[in-house]
Design a protein around this ligand. Structure first.
Ligand code: TRP
Length: 334
């Protein structure tokens, strides 16, 4: 029997190349070998977007289209909407007895996020909500409701997995051996830098290429990418290793071109404008099949709904069965 994979994404925006190389590509690789549950974590997205329900709802569909566009096959992957699985909310309540507030406050991922969201949670996290502080508990419910054994995540999520394992051990020690401890699989590719060389990519930084970007947007973004600052004239030799244009060529271009670009850059026989134009073309070719698949789902929104409905139905059945086991163990199976 195939092992179960469970992972989730917060629907707060479209996917960019960082998501694709960091996680998406990995999902596509894993879908053949596992029973794959992919949660669109709208409830989790609401923990820091509770004042913007429209944004979350819209992005449930946007992110599903992006994921289908990169080649996730709805016949292999159960796409489901977190809020439609009441068992997750129920489990979150049960697990909340098994974790201390102090432990949640020490969770490194939660700590970092609180410090990044000053507007919402105050300068020193003094306005932190119960819901946001507790989202690792809800995430433990996401995983264990499906007996998720394998969880593909980025390294920023490791503290959440550790917290989940602690809850599982505590639960099992009190109520009997019912829950599975999940293991993470880290994605092979490292984090992708922004076009400006920033370690982080994001909408607010304006340094990310989104899977949905049109040709004009790609052109503007690539033309603004950071190159070797020591190169002044077109035929100055330069160092491709400090150039974001070369960095992106390495992601989306073929090996022959990459080698040619590298040596020409070092020799000074390649200007940056030319190099950027070639990157724009390479980027467009790279995104073409993705955007083509995406267009099918844009033109057929009922197909997207169907994928979510069927996935959610399968997920619900699995979670309900697990819930029976859990309630029995907790002696609340009246
Ligand atoms: N916390 C994850 C993120 O912000 C999303 C997520 C929700 C998740 N539920 C999950 C990841 C369960 C792995 C397993 O990206």
């Amino acid at each position: 029997m195939k092992k179960t994979i469970l992972t989730g994404l917060r629907p707060t925006g479209n996917l960019h190349l960082g998501h694709y190389f960091g996680a998406g590509q990995n999902y596509v690789r894993l879908q053949d070998d596992y029973d794959f549950y992919l949660e669109i974590a709208d409830v989790q997205a609401l923990t820091d977007n509770f004042d913007n329900p429209e944004k979350v709802r819209k992005n449930v569909f946007e992110i599903t289209k992006d994921l289908l566009a990169i080649g996730l096959d709805p016949n292999k992957v159960h796409f489901f909407i977190q809020s439609q699985i009441p068992e997750i909310a129920e489990l979150t309540v049960f697990y909340s007895n098994l974790v201390t507030v102090a432990r949640l406050q020490r969770n490194p991922t939660v700590k970092t996020e609180i410090s990044q969201k000053k507007e919402l949670f105050g300068n020193n996290g003094e306005s932190i909500t119960y819901g946001f502080l507790g989202y690792p508990v809800s995430q433990a419910a996401d995983i264990t409701a499906f007996d998720g054994e394998v969880v593909p995540v980025g390294d920023d999520q490791l503290p959440l997995l550790e917290q989940c394992r602690e809850i599982v051990r505590k639960f099992n020690s009190i109520y009997g051996n019912v829950l599975k401890e999940p293991q993470q699989v880290l994605s092979k590719t490292t984090r992708v830098k922004g076009l400006d060389g920033n370690e982080k990519m994001g909408k607010s930084l304006g340094n990310a290429i989104y899977l949905v970007d049109d040709d004009e947007t790609i052109r503007t973004k690539v033309m603004g990418a950071v190159t070797d600052p020591s190169k002044i004239k077109k035929d100055d030799p330069a160092n491709p290793d400090v150039c974001m244009v070369y960095y992106y060529h390495k992601l989306v271009n073929n090996e022959e071109n990459i080698n040619k670009i590298c040596s020409e850059c070092k020799q000074g026989s390649r200007g940056c404008v030319q190099c950027k134009k070639e990157l724009i073309e390479a980027m467009k070719s790279f995104l073409e099949p993705i955007q083509e698949r995406r267009k099918f789902y844009e033109d057929n929104p009922e197909e997207v709904k169907k994928v979510l409905e069927e996935g959610t139905k399968a997920a619900r059945e699995k979670a309900m069965a697990k819930m029976c086991e859990i309630k029995k163990a907790m002696k609340i199976d009246y």
